[in-house]
Design a protein around this ligand. Structure first.
Ligand SMILES: [Zn+2]
Length: 220
Protein backbone atom coordinates (compact mmCIF):
# COMPACT_ATOMS: atom_id res chain seq x y z
CA UNK A 1 0.00 0.00 0.00
CA UNK A 2 1.26 3.47 -0.87
CA UNK A 3 0.40 6.14 1.65
CA UNK A 4 -0.22 8.86 -0.93
CA UNK A 5 -2.73 6.66 -2.77
CA UNK A 6 -4.63 6.26 0.49
CA UNK A 7 -4.34 9.99 1.21
CA UNK A 8 -5.81 10.90 -2.20
CA UNK A 9 -8.53 8.32 -1.77
CA UNK A 10 -9.34 9.92 1.59
CA UNK A 11 -9.82 13.31 -0.09
CA UNK A 12 -12.07 11.92 -2.82
CA UNK A 13 -14.08 9.65 -0.55
CA UNK A 14 -13.91 11.17 2.94
CA UNK A 15 -14.85 8.69 5.61
CA UNK A 16 -18.23 9.46 7.16
CA UNK A 17 -18.70 10.03 10.84
CA UNK A 18 -18.16 6.74 12.69
CA UNK A 19 -21.35 5.45 14.32
CA UNK A 20 -22.11 6.72 17.80
CA UNK A 21 -21.99 6.21 20.71
CA UNK A 22 -18.38 7.14 21.33
CA UNK A 23 -17.98 6.27 24.97
CA UNK A 24 -16.31 9.08 26.92
CA UNK A 25 -13.78 8.50 29.67
CA UNK A 26 -15.70 9.82 32.68
CA UNK A 27 -14.50 10.77 36.14
CA UNK A 28 -13.81 9.43 38.66
CA UNK A 29 -10.58 7.91 37.38
CA UNK A 30 -7.04 7.44 38.68
CA UNK A 31 -5.20 10.76 38.55
CA UNK A 32 -2.13 9.02 37.12
CA UNK A 33 -3.25 6.30 34.69
CA UNK A 34 -6.91 7.34 34.18
CA UNK A 35 -8.18 3.90 35.15
CA UNK A 36 -11.93 4.44 35.64
CA UNK A 37 -13.25 3.90 39.12
CA UNK A 38 -16.72 2.51 39.71
CA UNK A 39 -17.47 4.27 42.98
CA UNK A 40 -17.43 7.95 43.71
CA UNK A 41 -14.02 9.05 44.99
CA UNK A 42 -13.39 12.50 46.47
CA UNK A 43 -10.60 14.62 44.97
CA UNK A 44 -7.51 13.15 43.36
CA UNK A 45 -6.63 9.53 44.01
CA UNK A 46 -4.34 6.80 42.70
CA UNK A 47 -5.61 3.36 41.74
CA UNK A 48 -4.11 0.33 43.52
CA UNK A 49 -1.93 -0.37 40.50
CA UNK A 50 -0.38 3.12 40.52
CA UNK A 51 -0.08 3.50 44.28
CA UNK A 52 2.57 0.77 44.42
CA UNK A 53 4.44 1.61 41.26
CA UNK A 54 7.09 4.14 40.29
CA UNK A 55 6.05 5.96 37.16
CA UNK A 56 8.16 8.15 34.91
CA UNK A 57 5.02 9.28 33.12
CA UNK A 58 3.35 12.21 34.87
CA UNK A 59 -0.17 11.25 33.82
CA UNK A 60 -2.16 9.94 30.90
CA UNK A 61 -5.45 11.28 29.58
CA UNK A 62 -7.85 10.41 26.77
CA UNK A 63 -11.30 11.68 25.84
CA UNK A 64 -12.70 8.22 25.07
CA UNK A 65 -12.78 4.62 26.23
CA UNK A 66 -11.40 1.96 23.87
CA UNK A 67 -14.75 0.24 23.39
CA UNK A 68 -17.31 -0.02 20.59
CA UNK A 69 -16.82 2.19 17.56
CA UNK A 70 -13.76 4.02 18.88
CA UNK A 71 -11.93 0.75 19.46
CA UNK A 72 -13.00 -0.60 16.08
CA UNK A 73 -11.75 2.52 14.26
CA UNK A 74 -8.39 2.34 16.08
CA UNK A 75 -7.97 -1.30 15.04
CA UNK A 76 -9.02 -0.68 11.42
CA UNK A 77 -6.52 2.19 11.17
CA UNK A 78 -3.69 0.21 12.70
CA UNK A 79 -4.15 -3.33 11.39
CA UNK A 80 -6.22 -2.91 8.23
CA UNK A 81 -4.30 0.23 7.31
CA UNK A 82 -7.41 2.27 6.57
CA UNK A 83 -5.48 5.50 6.40
CA UNK A 84 -8.56 7.55 5.53
CA UNK A 85 -9.69 7.15 9.17
CA UNK A 86 -6.83 9.40 10.31
CA UNK A 87 -8.91 12.61 10.66
CA UNK A 88 -11.37 10.87 12.99
CA UNK A 89 -8.62 9.59 15.23
CA UNK A 90 -7.09 13.04 15.14
CA UNK A 91 -10.36 14.71 16.14
CA UNK A 92 -10.85 12.30 19.02
CA UNK A 93 -7.31 12.98 20.15
CA UNK A 94 -7.96 16.73 19.90
CA UNK A 95 -11.03 16.31 22.14
CA UNK A 96 -8.73 14.90 24.82
CA UNK A 97 -6.14 17.61 24.26
CA UNK A 98 -8.73 20.37 24.71
CA UNK A 99 -10.20 18.77 27.78
CA UNK A 100 -6.99 18.00 29.66
CA UNK A 101 -3.89 19.64 28.22
CA UNK A 102 -4.70 22.83 26.34
CA UNK A 103 -4.17 25.09 29.39
CA UNK A 104 -0.50 24.10 29.67
CA UNK A 105 2.52 24.82 27.52
CA UNK A 106 3.93 21.83 25.63
CA UNK A 107 7.19 21.98 23.73
CA UNK A 108 6.56 19.04 21.41
CA UNK A 109 4.34 16.05 20.68
CA UNK A 110 6.39 12.85 20.74
CA UNK A 111 4.83 9.76 19.11
CA UNK A 112 5.38 6.34 20.62
CA UNK A 113 7.78 4.73 18.10
CA UNK A 114 7.38 1.53 16.11
CA UNK A 115 10.34 -0.65 15.25
CA UNK A 116 11.52 -0.13 11.67
CA UNK A 117 10.48 -3.60 10.53
CA UNK A 118 6.94 -3.19 11.80
CA UNK A 119 6.68 0.31 10.42
CA UNK A 120 7.68 -0.93 6.97
CA UNK A 121 5.21 -3.77 7.19
CA UNK A 122 2.37 -1.46 8.25
CA UNK A 123 3.36 1.40 5.96
CA UNK A 124 3.12 4.02 8.72
CA UNK A 125 3.40 4.55 12.46
CA UNK A 126 -0.18 5.11 13.61
CA UNK A 127 0.92 7.17 16.64
CA UNK A 128 3.02 9.52 14.50
CA UNK A 129 0.19 9.94 12.00
CA UNK A 130 -2.37 10.84 14.65
CA UNK A 131 0.11 13.14 16.43
CA UNK A 132 0.81 14.82 13.08
CA UNK A 133 -2.87 15.55 12.55
CA UNK A 134 -3.23 16.94 16.08
CA UNK A 135 -0.01 18.96 15.99
CA UNK A 136 -1.07 20.75 12.80
CA UNK A 137 -4.41 21.73 14.39
CA UNK A 138 -3.12 22.89 17.76
CA UNK A 139 0.16 24.42 16.61
CA UNK A 140 2.61 22.14 18.40
CA UNK A 141 5.49 20.52 16.56
CA UNK A 142 5.76 16.74 16.30
CA UNK A 143 9.23 15.39 17.03
CA UNK A 144 9.98 11.70 16.61
CA UNK A 145 12.31 11.78 19.57
CA UNK A 146 12.31 8.07 20.34
CA UNK A 147 13.29 4.95 18.42
CA UNK A 148 12.80 1.24 19.01
CA UNK A 149 16.20 -0.33 18.97
CA UNK A 150 14.99 -3.91 19.12
CA UNK A 151 11.83 -5.48 17.78
CA UNK A 152 9.37 -6.55 20.46
CA UNK A 153 6.41 -8.91 20.13
CA UNK A 154 3.07 -7.07 20.09
CA UNK A 155 2.28 -6.06 23.68
CA UNK A 156 -1.35 -7.08 23.37
CA UNK A 157 -0.40 -10.76 23.42
CA UNK A 158 1.56 -10.52 26.65
CA UNK A 159 0.76 -10.46 30.33
CA UNK A 160 1.72 -7.40 32.37
CA UNK A 161 4.96 -8.78 33.81
CA UNK A 162 6.00 -9.96 30.37
CA UNK A 163 5.15 -6.56 28.91
CA UNK A 164 7.58 -4.85 31.25
CA UNK A 165 10.33 -7.38 30.56
CA UNK A 166 9.63 -7.19 26.85
CA UNK A 167 10.36 -3.45 26.81
CA UNK A 168 13.64 -3.49 28.70
CA UNK A 169 16.29 -1.90 26.51
CA UNK A 170 13.90 -1.65 23.57
CA UNK A 171 13.69 2.16 23.41
CA UNK A 172 16.24 4.92 22.98
CA UNK A 173 16.49 8.60 22.16
CA UNK A 174 16.47 9.34 18.44
CA UNK A 175 19.83 10.70 17.22
CA UNK A 176 19.97 14.46 17.68
CA UNK A 177 16.88 14.70 19.89
CA UNK A 178 17.48 16.70 23.05
CA UNK A 179 14.67 16.61 25.62
CA UNK A 180 16.51 18.61 28.30
CA UNK A 181 14.26 21.02 30.18
CA UNK A 182 11.32 20.40 27.86
CA UNK A 183 7.69 19.53 28.50
CA UNK A 184 6.76 16.68 26.19
CA UNK A 185 3.40 15.16 25.36
CA UNK A 186 3.71 11.54 24.36
CA UNK A 187 1.09 10.49 21.78
CA UNK A 188 -0.32 7.02 21.12
CA UNK A 189 -3.55 5.51 19.85
CA UNK A 190 -4.52 3.58 22.96
CA UNK A 191 -3.34 3.30 26.56
CA UNK A 192 -3.81 -0.09 28.24
CA UNK A 193 -1.31 -1.02 30.96
CA UNK A 194 0.92 1.95 30.26
CA UNK A 195 4.04 -0.21 30.05
CA UNK A 196 5.06 1.19 26.67
CA UNK A 197 4.22 4.81 27.47
CA UNK A 198 6.05 4.65 30.78
CA UNK A 199 9.13 3.08 29.18
CA UNK A 200 9.12 5.97 26.67
CA UNK A 201 8.75 8.49 29.49
CA UNK A 202 11.64 6.90 31.39
CA UNK A 203 14.02 7.40 28.46
CA UNK A 204 12.92 11.02 28.06
CA UNK A 205 13.11 11.84 31.77
CA UNK A 206 16.50 10.19 32.17
CA UNK A 207 17.72 12.39 29.33
CA UNK A 208 16.52 15.48 31.18
CA UNK A 209 12.92 16.14 30.09
CA UNK A 210 11.16 18.39 32.61
CA UNK A 211 7.77 16.73 32.24
CA UNK A 212 6.36 13.84 30.20
CA UNK A 213 2.60 13.25 30.06
CA UNK A 214 0.67 11.09 27.62
CA UNK A 215 -2.36 11.71 25.44
CA UNK A 216 -4.09 8.86 23.63
CA UNK A 217 -7.19 8.57 21.49
CA UNK A 218 -8.67 6.12 23.97
CA UNK A 219 -8.16 4.55 27.38
CA UNK A 220 -8.26 0.74 27.29
ZN1 LIG B 1 -3.71 4.30 38.13
Amino acid sequence: MRLWVETIRGFIFPVGRPARPWVRLEEPFCSRCAEPYARHAPGEFLCSNCAGRRWSLGRVRAAYRAVGTVREVILRFKYQREYSLRPWLGRWMRDGFRQYYSQEKWDALVPVPLHGARRRERGFNQSAEIAGWLGAKVGIGVEEGLVRIKPTPPQARLRRVERLRNLRGALALAPGFDPRGRRLLLCDDVFTTGATADACARVLKQAGAEEVAALTVARG
